[in-house]
Design a protein around this ligand. Sequence first.
Ligand code: ATP
Ligand code: MG
Length: 382
Amino acid sequence: MTAPAETSTTAAATAGDGTPAVRLTGVGKTFGRTPAVQDVTLDIRRNEFFSILGPSGCGKTTLMRMITGFEVPTEGTVELGGVLATGVPPHRRDLNMLFQSYALFPHLNVHDNVAFELKVRKSRPRAEIGPAVREALALVRLEGYGERSIGQLSGGQRQRVAIARALIGRPSLLLLDEPLGALDQKLRAEMQLELKKIQREVGVTFVTVTHDQEEALTMSDRIAVMDGGRVLQVDSPEAIYERPATRFVADFIGTSNFIGGTLRGGRVGAPGLGNVAAPEGHGVPDGTEVHLAVRPENVRLARPGKSVSGADGPDGCAVVFTGTLDQIVYLGSATRYHLTLPDGSGLIAEARGADGGAGGGFAVGEPVLAGWDPRHSRVLDR
Ligand SMILES: Nc1ncnc2c1ncn2[C@@H]1O[C@H](COP(=O)(O)OP(=O)(O)OP(=O)(O)O)[C@@H](O)[C@H]1O
Ligand SMILES: [Mg+2]
């Protein structure tokens, strides 16, 4: 029940359709004179798995804390379920947050850890607590673990107890700050799929914070990429990878090669490399300083004198350079080739298997042809 003296976002968050779960408008936060978050405007849709992705210190936790109400924005507004959240304290917001260092109570068993939230909030009759805990544990696939002590659980199991505890009050919105940070690589990968499954089952809006791009790509319906307190792009994982909006995004998500120069007549005039063909339809005006971004998996290699497969277009507009092979890195599922181009810059090519996609047998130190189809490159003016 809502106390009469305080406003709440609960009723609004369950009412009406089409309103976003969260709407941020011009949100900013300055600590002293340091701007931690600047001018963020975005919507998080209902039942969406939304990730905030960016390097350490870029403002992810601060942005999330402004949604929860633990941090008050210095600028802009936060709306939850279509209702202005200004002045609404965290415990009156229809949400729950799993903090960066989720803390379970080591002296309580699994059942009591999960029940804690309900007991403190006194939001359910005592008789309902047992069944609610069993339901929450089933959701995270920990049926029958209620009597275990926290010390008898693996890292992944502890993580799932924390998620059960956060979900038991059935919030409309669950915010998770680096939820898988404490887990090893393999367990992380498992839990990423598990989290996504749980989110679909409960139909709750999930907002997670991560600095791991693979994690964001795996779990999210949409991703907001942040740098230096600003949101640079909000898009689906595929769009973020295939159509990055800025050089930072292209570099932070996966690996990209960049060729810098001035755009003129459909080509990028790159000092030391000549006029490099750009893709069509980029919409950037001539005379702009740009970067041409190319993913390593789109760079093909060949021996001098041979054609570069996939890049040797009949119209002759394919990009081809002669480079020197500096390093070959075998990655298991692919092999990475590090080249130096005539202007001294580096270029990375990646091919499945160990043959470089061209019949194999490249050796470090030899000259190689590297090329790509301009349609696989992207013009970036930011
Ligand atoms: N309470 C505070 N007082 C002063 N500065 C703060 C405070 N909280 C955060 N900051 C600063 O704001 C910036 C953003 O911090 P934030 O914790 O949001 O980053 P983050 O993206 O979550 O980083 P990480 O990935 O390391 O957790 C940092 O420069 C940080 O030092
Ligand atoms: Mg953080």
